[in-house]
Ligand binder design. Structure first.
Ligand SMILES: [Zn+2]
Length: 80
């Protein structure tokens, strides 16, 4: 059995800089996301001082969009 597949090349493009969120694992409260990891950790320390909660998590995230950059139409060889 023969089959023909089309392959395409995709590229990710960042839509934003990395963002960080500090979250308290004891009560679930979290800070507003920020571009600064230090700022997110600072929120954790401030929260610990205010509440006595001690377990924290910091998450980083970034938004991307995928673009098709080479459709490779019908298996044609790439131009050289
Ligand atoms: Zn807490």
């Amino acid at each position: 059995m023969r089959a023909r597949y089309r392959f395409a090349e995709w590229t990710l493009s960042a839509d934003s800089d990395a963002r960080f969120v500090g979250e308290c694992l004891d009560c679930g409260e979290r800070c507003v996301d920020t571009a600064s990891a230090d700022e997110a950790q600072g929120w954790c320390l401030k929260h610990a001082g205010l509440t006595g909660d001690r377990r924290f998590e910091m998450k980083g995230f970034q938004f991307f969009t995928a673009y098709m950059t080479n459709a490779a139409a019908d298996g044609a060889p790439p131009a050289t």
